[in-house]
Design a protein around this ligand. Structure first.
Ligand code: CTP
Length: 468
């Protein structure tokens, strides 16, 4: 079969072909680029393998481009990389690899194209396209990867036990591809993952997190998480999530399975937002439920304060998975901490001050928070679900009304610390802070209006009291 080379690729492929001829090294496009192009997905990483020196090929190729791009070479690994337009092109010589049981680092030797294809993780990733003159554009498919692409099947080219033992990250990759591409994992390959699952322990948390993030960013991330769980991988790096599994029944009262609920919420968020950290907030929003769970005789289950516990777990899980601990974590944590607030407001207790506080506390994150809250309504009871949605819409409406009226979101109280110090002729001190907070609270509670005059009068009174 011949690969249909698009116009934008032709120039690159032709130049690769010329460079290959020049250094006399048969050259092929391999891996993810071939897979993604055949699936009609866009791909910015182009991996080039030659039977010879990858660095020499890269040098010969780079000289043909105008302007000549900067070539980054890694002599130790025999690889080279350059950027051309929006493509990142990597060059390597064909390799044969052998692994030892106690390490992920393979012993690498020069090899043939066949050796190189043999060492790859899945049949759909072991396809190669020739750019050599005699068979330019031919697809070399030793493991029926084309058929597996058509059947939407993830399967290892060789015995799954050795493929996964060679690099246990591939277990996560299998699940990531299944989730990303909506493919099925071949049963024998999946059994291989299940029996090799403990080997994940030798993989760094960074590499694990990178695959997990790709699962989270897929259209229906629950697919990946259910597979991770079934494969006994999830509990190894995310026990807080698997702790939510299952349903307990007492006095014939059951609570919902919070693991499945979480995945449903995650899918709901994924349908409406590509924001990775909002999706993380969905994953983390109920993790505190495992320890906040209580049974009250004659009444049923409660999870009071679970949002506080969940929010506390966010930095812990992020740290373990080497996820960023900067504003992204803070954003996730904030949404998790607030996720129960809008829903817990009901027509009976929805005061202007509660709404104002929510606006103030959520600030810029209000829209994302509300998106998560809506996604959190998963009740299977039609009547209950409708009631929750009505309530959600009522709260949203009130938020909008009050926001227009009071402009509380991202709001700064009208009296600053400097004004307080100047009026009372005092130096920076904790009393200045007390007065500032008192003004803010009075505005949020609706005791005074959100205006300079009212706040100034209040400051005079309250300040005199505090400084007495
Ligand atoms: N590969 C492998 N085992 C791994 C990682 C990669 O066999 N643990 C091989 C596969 O043939 C893969 C190629 O190296 O197609 C390139 O790997 P990489 O760029 O990491 O992944 P892609 O398959 O290109 O997919 P993506 O870009 O979506 O990560």
């Amino acid at each position: 079969m011949v690969f249909e080379i698009k116009a934008y690729e032709r120039k690159i492929f032709n130049l690769l072909s010329e460079a290959a001829l020049e250094i006399n090294a048969p050259t092929y496009i391999v891996g993810g680029y071939v897979r993604d192009r055949l699936l009609g997905r866009s791909c910015k990483d182009l991996d080039v393998v030659c039977v010879g020196s990858g660095i020499e090929l890269a040098e010969a190729f780079a000289k043909k481009l105008k302007p000549v791009p900067r070539l980054v070479t890694y002599a130790r690994f025999g690889t080279a990389m350059l950027k051309h337009k929006d493509l990142e092109i990597e060059f390597v010589g064909a390799r044969r690899e052998s692994y030892r049981a106690d390490s992920r680092k393979p012993a690498v030797e020069e090899g043939t194209l066949e050796d190189d294809q043999n060492r790859r993780d899945f049949t759909i990733n072991a396809l190669a396209i020739s750019v050599n003159k005699q068979d330019f554009g031919a697809i070399i498919d030793p493991f029926n990867g084309l058929a597996d692409l058509a059947k939407k099947r993830i399967v290892t080219p060789l015995n799954p036990l050795s493929t996964f033992s060679d690099d246990p990250l591939r277990m996560l990759r299998a699940i990531r591809f299944a989730s990303q591409l909506n493919f099925k994992i071949d049963p024998v390959t999946f059994e291989g993952i299940q029996s090799m699952a403990p080997r994940l322990s030798i993989i760094s948390k960074e590499r694990i997190a990178s695959e997990i993030n790709k699962i989270i960013l897929s259209n229906k991330p629950s697919r990946g998480f259910l597979l991770l769980d079934e494969a006994n991988l999830l509990k190894q790096f995310f026990p807080e999530l698997t702790a939510l599994k299952g349903v307990e029944i007492r006095e014939k009262i059951a609570h919902k399975d919070n693991f499945l609920h979480t995945l449903e919420v995650l899918d709901n968020v994924a349908r409406n937002s590509d924001n990775l950290w909002l999706r993380w907030a969905a994953i983390m929003h109920d993790v505190g439920k495992a320890s906040a769970k209580r049974f009250h005789e004659g009444q049923g289950w409660t999870f009071h304060g679970h949002e506080v516990v969940s929010a506390r777990l966010v930095p812990k899980v992020f740290k373990r998975l080497k996820l960023p601990l900067d504003h992204k974590m803070k954003y996730t944590q904030k949404i998790v901490a607030l996720h129960h607030r809008p829903i817990s407001l009901t027509k009976e207790n929805i005061s202007d001050s509660a709404i104002r506080r929510l606006l103030f506390d959520a600030g810029d994150e209000l829209d994302d928070l509300m998106l998560l809250c809506k996604a959190d309504i998963t009740s299977k009871n039609k009547e209950k679900k409708e009631r929750f949605i009505r309530n959600y819409e009522y709260v949203s409406e009130k938020l909008k009304e009050l926001e227009e009226k009071d402009k509380i979101r991202n709001w700064q109280p009208p009296i600053s610390g400097e004004m307080i110090m100047e009026y009372f002729e005092i130096k920076p001190s904790k009393e200045v802070g007390y007065i500032k907070v008192a003004i803010r609270e009075a505005i949020l509670d609706g005791l005074i209006s959100n205006e300079y005059e009212a706040a100034f009068e209040f400051m005079k009174e309250k300040g005199a009291e505090i400084l007495r």
